[in-house]
Design a protein around this ligand. Structure first.
Ligand SMILES: *Cc1c(COP(=O)(O)O)cnc(C)c1O
Length: 418
């Protein structure tokens, strides 16, 4: 029996397998593709499994450089702290931070916040003043000059994210005057999932040039500049993590032009990544529950649907998911790949090329380490969360599952004593 089938038999399917060795390798590769002086934030939303997060935090002689953490909720903050991050290594982002969240984050040591609007700045400042501290504000910029093509574009258009770059001059006096805050620099995140290295480099070059122009025009010396991400990875299909061979030297020469002091930390530069760091560490293992035909079309029904792997399909982006049998069978069949849920929306892929499958088979979906369980409709239709297996190469490290339970603040549930 092969490894995945063996794990599925032992712990039940569907299950995810994450290999910490691959996480560590991705972290090392991405640091190597960036200038040595760079910080790298791991976006915890990509995969908040505690052991995965801990692997990205680890640094040192053998392990290489350690990531910092980018979070957007107090739940992610708890994960980051549990994995060993210190408050000052964390960047808190998001357009809707509440006073309660901000006070909790500050109490737990977070001191750097991305600012998405003047209102957001006032909330951050109020929480800081109440806590008796001053925090660093990175103004998130929604640039008008966004250019490269990408699958997920987050700036250049009206957006809940960031401050429109063309309005920055007008709102800056207000932003500067918020007690409890100090503007440390800018945060950009113009794209996710850049098409190729040229697009990625082009976007970074735009971002760096814009940051330098804003610094000059606004007379706002930057101490910190987060230029965002866009590092890509095949998602749920076979393929290798891209190698960014030119990125480092292109970034260095662009920064030399626009920020001549950047190598001595003026400003300190950072990037962000989620999927690139964790995507290829993960495999989703699912069982085939049934195969049926309907009006000439074949449906393969898995025990994993958008409740297990819904990060993208749940957002209306259907995936060309690739399903593999452990035995290298040819994909000679075509079918619609669906999950077990009672909704016609539970589709993992239409007209997917598949090996011949039958009920009882165990299949695997590669490159599924990012945007897995926690990006899925986990509780829909009351199925248990998938099991998550952590391995380090051949060694089994842990087997666990997210548990959903209801806790009552008022009442104690239906009274069945009668
Ligand atoms: C989601 C997110 C990321 C990670 O995106 P990937 O495409 O997974 O690298 C990084 N930064 C911010 C601000 C994000 O919202």
């Amino acid at each position: 029996m092969t490894r995945y089938a063996d794990l599925a038999e032992r712990y039940g399917s569907p299950l995810y397998v994450y290999d910490l060795q691959r996480v560590a390798t991705a972290r090392r590769d991405l640091f190597a593709a960036l200038p040595e002086e760079f910080d790298l934030f791991y976006a915890i939303k990509a995969n908040p499994h505690p052991e995965v997060v801990r692997t990205l935090r680890e640094g040192g002689a053998d392990a290489g450089k350690a990531c910092r953490a980018e979070i957007s909720s107090t739940g992610e903050l708890a994960v980051a702290l549990e994995a060993g991050f210190r408050g000052e290594e964390i960047l808190y982002t998001g357009p809707g931070k509440t006073g309660r969240e901000l006070r909790e984050a500050i109490a737990l040591g977070v001191r750097m916040f991305s600012v998405e609007s003047p209102g957001d700045m006032r909330h951050i400042g109020a929480a800081a003043v109440e806590s008796g501290v001053e925090v660093e504000a990175l103004l998130r910029i929604n640039s008008v000059s966004a250019s490269a093509t990408t699958s997920i574009r987050m700036t250049g258009t009206p957006s809940q994210f960031g401050i429109d770059s063309e309005t920055l001059a007008d709102v800056l006096p207000e932003l500067r005057s918020v007690p409890g805050t100090r503007i440390a620099g800018f945060h950009f995140f113009p794209l996710s999932n850049a098409k190729n290295e040229e697009a990625l480099i082009g976007e970074f070059q735009n971002t760096i040039a814009l940051a330098a122009r804003l610094e000059q025009e606004l007379d706002l010396p930057l101490r910190f500049l987060d230029i965002g991400g866009g590092f890509t990875l095949p998602y749920a299909v076979p393929g290798e993590r891209p190698v960014y061979g030119k990125l480092r030297s292109e970034l260095e020469s662009t920064l030399d032009v626009h920020f001549p002091q950047w190598r001595s930390g003026a400003p300190r530069i950072a990037c962000e990544s989620g999927r690139y760091l964790v995507g290829d560490s993960g495999t989703l293992v699912a069982g085939v529950s049934n195969v049926k035909e309907s009006r000439g079309r074949k449906f393969v029904i898995l025990d994993a649907g958008i409740n297990t792997f819904g990060g993208m399909s749940g957002l209306g982006r259907l995936l060309p998911v690739a399903v593999q049998l452990d035995a290298e069978e040819e994909a000679s069949d075509t079918a619609t790949l669906v999950g077990p849920l009672c909704t016609p929306g539970d589709i993992l892929g239409r007209e997917v090329a598949l090996p011949p499958l039958a009920a009882g088979d165990v299949v695997s979906i590669p490159n599924a380490g990012a945007y897995g369980p926690t990006a899925s409709l986990l509780m829909f239709l009351g199925r248990p969360a998938p099991t998550e297996v952590i391995v380090r190469g051949d060694e089994l490290v842990s087997v666990s599952r997210i548990d959903h339970t209801r806790s009552y603040q008022v009442g104690s549930g239906p009274d069945v004593r009668q």
